[in-house]
Design a protein around this ligand. Structure first.
Ligand code: IDC
Length: 520
């Protein structure tokens, strides 16, 4: 190599070195900055390891800002926000680690990992975190968690495999890429368990009591939240967080008993995100409870179903599925005996709901239904003082307006049932429902599908979307019909699927896919 080339090579090396030094400086600068800003709130928190000296050097500074930042967290968690976290920093630590950062002259881009650690003594069954972000914040991609910007917060929720954390457990696989105009900040970030006391609860409580109406917008709890009650028009947990049950109804358990098994429900919960199962026990059809069905066997199926749901921390609805028997008074005595037995058995269960008459029809009036309900409810209440009771309404559970005009009084925790089939029922029924809720009636959609009212026929996706938007806006609980592979469009499994558990997306019918997507 002659001298000229040697000089060029040296210049090249120096240039590369300068670029590397600047790049490292840039990244370290960002890391330190975010470390300071993030700390206790984001992180009381940054995890240090023996060989991680850079972070250890920061720890004093982080300690110093801890107090202030903890206060910030507390303060943040007491404001009414769209995304609810039960208890801030309760045995959980959250930190954000910069993996990479770059700029394009206009925007800053960042790739961060969120590190979550259970530093408490108790296992955590589910965590959630949120970070206030500016309008310039753009989420690009994320992995190993659900990330969504809701009302000015980046909301981070785990996926199935990293939901639960044993004491001492730490996860660092959650990552996300975002851009913003300014430098990244995690100030005001909070983490908490989803199932514990929420300081936002009191505020929601006050608000709900005051208005007695559904709080629309925001996010409702959709995992198991223990004992439920009705507050205004909302289903709420013991801390008054709004809870939305989302799940699947069995087909008639007399005809499709095989789907009632532990693994089946577990699949619905873990793979599809359901938190409630409805056990549909027909009363009037051939083989129904009052028309020749084996009552002991049917009750055993209900009992098993409740046990599996309970073991899985899922809610479960015991559905007295009147249909061809039109009027619930037809089999009122059998209903009384049945609910007497059920409520005695499940008096102390927090997860059992009683649905006392699926769909009154055939000219049955609200006065008829009310009369029936006023005989069945005391039977249940004698044993189960506060379990949720769902009361069907006339015209195949569509006349919630009639219930609003003349509601059942004297009992807590009563909800009124509305059913819809999206290809048949459109604006009229939807408006009737929202009007009833706005008027103060707690409504529960214990059955619906997106095909027509026969349970078959074409799917109406447009109508289905309109329903779902309103359902989520009002946080209405909703349960899809039906868990079977019957050759009808409302069945959530393809007719070719013969599995009775371990279902995958490929096993789902179009209705099933839509339903599961809606849960996500
Ligand atoms: C339907 C089933 C169908 C069964 C029929 C029995 O999908 O396989 O043969 O019941 O009569 C309801 C009822 C629900 C119906 C469903 C679809 O609550 O039992 O299931 N539907 O017709 N209300 C509106 C629609």
């Amino acid at each position: 190599m002659d001298n000229k080339w040697k000089i060029i090579a040296v210049i090249e090396t120096v240039l590369i070195a300068v670029v590397v030094v600047f790049a490292v400086g840039f990244l370290v600068g960002r890391g330190n900055k975010s470390g300071k800003e993030a700390s206790a709130q984001e992180a009381q928190t940054t995890q240090t390891t023996d060989n991680d000296s850079a972070k250890q050097e920061n720890s004093t500074e982080q300690e110093a800002s801890k107090q202030q930042e903890t206060e910030t967290s507390t303060e943040k968690s007491t404001t009414k926000e769209a995304f609810e976290i039960a208890a801030s920093n309760d045995g959980l630590k959250l930190s954000f680690e910069l993996v990479q950062g770059w700029e394009n002259g206009e925007d800053h881009f960042y790739n961060y990992s969120a590190v979550v650690e259970n530093t408490g003594k108790e296992p955590v069954s589910e965590w959630a975190a949120k970070v206030p972000v500016g309008e310039d914040f753009k989420l690009d991609s994320f992995w190993n968690a659900e990330c969504e910007v809701i009302d000015g917060y980046l909301c981070i929720t785990p996926v199935e495999f990293n939901k639960a954390l044993e004491p001492g457990a730490k996860i660092d696989s959650v990552g996300f890429i975002f851009s913003c105009k300014k430098e990244a900040s995690f100030e005001g970030a909070v983490i908490g368990q989803k199932q514990e006391t929420n300081s936002t609860g009191d505020q929601n409580d006050a608000k709900n009591q005051e208005s007695g109406k559904t709080q629309s917008g925001g996010t409702a709890m959709t995992t198991y939240q223990g004992k439920l009650s009705v507050n205004g028009t909302n289903l709420v947990d013991q801390n008054n967080n709004i809870v939305q049950l989302r799940g699947i109804s069995t087909h008639g358990i007399a005809w499709y008993p095989d789907y009632v098994n532990y693994d089946s429900f577990k699949t619905l919960r873990d793979e599809f995100g359901a938190n409630v199962i409805r056990l549909a026990m027909y009363t009037g059809e051939n083989g129904g409870y009052c028309t020749g069905g084996n009552q002991q066997e049917l009750k055993k199926l209900v009992e098993n179903g409740v046990k599996y749901a309970t073991d899985l921390s899922m809610y479960v609805i015991i559905d007295w599925h009147i249909l061809s028997d039109n009027n619930p008074n037809t089999n009122k005595d059998a209903a009384k005996a049945f609910f007497e037995e059920m409520s005695k058995k499940y008096a102390d269960y927090d997860n059992v709901l009683y649905e006392i008459c699926n769909e009154p029809n055939g000219g049955t009036s609200w006065a008829d239904v009310k009369k029936y309900a006023e005989e069945i409810i005391p039977v249940i209440r004698k044993n189960d003082k506060d379990g949720i009771i769902l009361v069907g309404t006339p015209t195949w559970s569509q006349d919630v307006d009639k219930a609003l005009a003349d509601p059942i009084t004297g009992y807590d925790n009563i909800m009124y049932v509305l059913h819809f089939y999206a290809a048949t029922h459109k604006d009229d029924l939807r408006n009737k429902m929202t009007k009833a809720i706005d008027g103060g009636l707690p409504v529960f959609i214990s059955e619906f599908s997106i095909c027509d009212a026969s349970g078959n026929g074409g799917i109406d996706y447009d109508s289905a979307k309109k329903w779902l938007d309103v359902i989520n806006q009002y946080h209405i609980s909703y349960v899809g019909w039906n868990l079977s592979n019957k050759n009808e469009s409302s069945a959530i499994l393809k007719p070719s699927c013969t599995k009775t558990s371990g279902y995958t997306m490929d096993d789902l019918s179009d209705t099933g896919k839509w339903l599961v997507e809606s849960f996500r």
